[in-house]
Design a protein around this ligand. Sequence first.
Ligand code: IMP
Length: 424
Amino acid sequence: MGKTVIVVGCQWGDEGKGKVVDLLADKADVVARFQGGANAGHTILAEGKKFILHLIPSGIIHDGKVCYIGNGVVLDPFALIEEIEALKMQSISVVGRLFISAATNLVMPYHKLIDCTDEKRRGGDGIGTTLRGIGPAYRDKVDRCGIRMSDLLEPERLRRRLEIHKKVKCDYFSGSKDDRADIEKIFDDLMTLAPVLTPMITDVSLALEKHRKEGRNILLEGAQGAMLDIDLGTYPYTTSSNTTVGGALTGLGIGPKAIDEVVGVVKAYTTRVGSGPFPTELVDDTGLQLREKGGEYGTTTGRPRRTGWLDLVALRHACRINEVAKLAITKLDVLDRLDSIKVAVAYDLKGTIMKEMPLDPDALWHLKPVYRDFVGWKSSTEGITDFDKLPLQAKEYLKFISHELNAALGLVSTGASRDETIQF
Ligand code: IMP
């Protein structure tokens, strides 16, 4: 009997899902992405090589694994081609191993233009998006004027849909000399890519059902994190997709019973890129230390990440909405040099102590975290692979998190490469 495991981020993204998915992909036959787009950036260090993936599931770097991109993803076809070429340079072929849903919406060059325009128009109230056109592409999907993978098979329909789009969204395009708004050019460019992309089109829902019936192990790879979920995150400072387990059901066309295990990825501290409230943010030397030691710069945009202490209130919310059973705690070694480590166990909102997220995420701007202090272990955990060999204080820290989140420790990462991992 095969098993289907889903990996989701429990914070604001960048939890280290790439490494976790890479490790779990070893036991999987099939890996599928269900939401997000090229806003994601998964870094994997394996066999002395560094792989950075934005759209293609991390399973692709394992020989013989089959990868799927579901209908819940918004796919930038130009970025995908670049990624395919980069993999080719590293001697990895996607041919016969990468398949894309016919219903996947495409990110068009004009979506990136709109993303930039919108961020400028928002002025100081910007979201700090990755400018990869994610929000505008999902907006068009919901507005029913998106371009889908299957349109690449029908050039006349594709042309008509691009023209309809231009009419409906004309205020963004009128008078624009930007190439990214040039419908004729976009059509021609898409036709150039179509011979590479159309053989990958498939019915992902049917394919996954077949794999399950054959007893295959399936890994579902989440992007971003629970706090960036469009419905359940810190709205409006979120991405535009459901980054939580529910997004996998609609984003791949599977039912709830298709998922056997939920693994939540939690970085040992917190980071956030872009705007929005961040209750445990550190704007002092400790914050800088976490950024430098943790290499906290965006994989996709290179932006420095904001850093802070672990936030158990946000994590309780993330674990509940995803029903997380196992935790993958990453980057423990980044805390090695600290004298003391804090963990937010509750929020204080004008004298009211809350252990759960406030109903209105705007309240996050105004509350103060209630911290529990841990003594730092002040010794290196780098590369440790046996839980018992960890310093006592590090073990206490991990056990506390697991207890508070009511989820078992599944994996602890003590370095960037595959073998720097404690598995339970
Ligand atoms: P968008 O997804 O580009 O629209 O960006 C919306 C918000 O989500 C911004 O704050 C981004 O910084 C954040 N975001 C999007 N993708 C990622 C990711 O992969 N990691 C961390 N933050 C992300």
